[in-house]
Design a protein around this ligand. Sequence first.
Ligand code: DP6
Length: 353
Amino acid sequence: MEIQSFVGYTGNIKWESPSNIALVKYWGKYGRQYPRNASISFTLNNAKSITTCNYEVLQKSQEEIQLDFTFEGKQNDAFANKIKKFFASINDVFPWIHQVKFVIESKNTFPHSTGIASSASAMSALALCLCSIHEKLGYEGHDFFQLASTVSRLGSGSASRSVYPGLALWGEHAEINGSSNDYAIPYGDKVADVFKNYHDDILIVSKTEKSVSSTAGHALMESNPYSQSRYKSANENLSALLKSMAEGNLTDFIDLVEREALTLHAQMMCSTPSFILMEPNTLKMIKRIQSFRAETKVPVCFTLDAGPNIHLLYPHEYKDQVNTLISERLISLTENGAIIKDLVGQGPKNEAI
Ligand code: DP6
């Protein structure tokens, strides 16, 4: 492709991309952001990053990536440097990346200080912008979302799953046709209807930034004595979960999702050095959710990401009962009543400006 014919070309791209919540967790990676086991997540609707990218094709390739970056309206050099490094690392995918000047603005629909991981939405929104520019510069013949998922993965593993509506599955799995370590694949149309508008209410137990980053946590899996059996059981849990979701079997779904969340945190506790990201109120909430479910038979369950906050998962038709659970038994355990109400969403949205 002759980039020189685009010198002086300018354009604007805007993508909104959602966060996601894993049901079977990615925890452990190798090489160029390859997962040690397959994972699957619900794509969310409300928690998203909105990223605008202005770009201009320069006369010639520059040694350093040319980038201005503002986050939530403020220049942010720390993020800018991270993004520059990331962009430089993917010049094999986008051979033009050193010859473009970027002015990027990004914001999240959820507050930054809630302890909610924003890397999935932020990295997928950036990746989508880059893929749109790639097309504008005449590169064709690839599957747009597959490339976006690949580039998202290179930014943050879990981001690979944010580019599809409903559900997305990432990582090679012997029983799943088309599954790959390079990119996620859409999975939303292979599950019972009950999962198509599932709710995820995120109860914020603590807004404090977590003590161990995901990247450091993944690295500790390399020396974790239980890692091999974890990777095996994650892939087995995924097979069982997909079966339960195809059948709409909520009992099995709940059992698997809760065990996955607790196993993730168990891996943290038996890493060296070990660490605990749950807080006392996380455990209190777990107990209260489980006893509410036993008493009422309402099929509500929890999952956790790499932090103390509880994701409350439940079918749409139980929203009134779950609101009662939240207001009577859970809200008092959150940090100042902080809660983000979300549900399964339709994936990224693009706007030409
Ligand atoms: C616990 O995707 O944040 O949320 O690839 O290093 O950026 P990096 O890690 P990240 O890890 C997410 C871990 C998790 C589980 C999951 O989303 O599958």
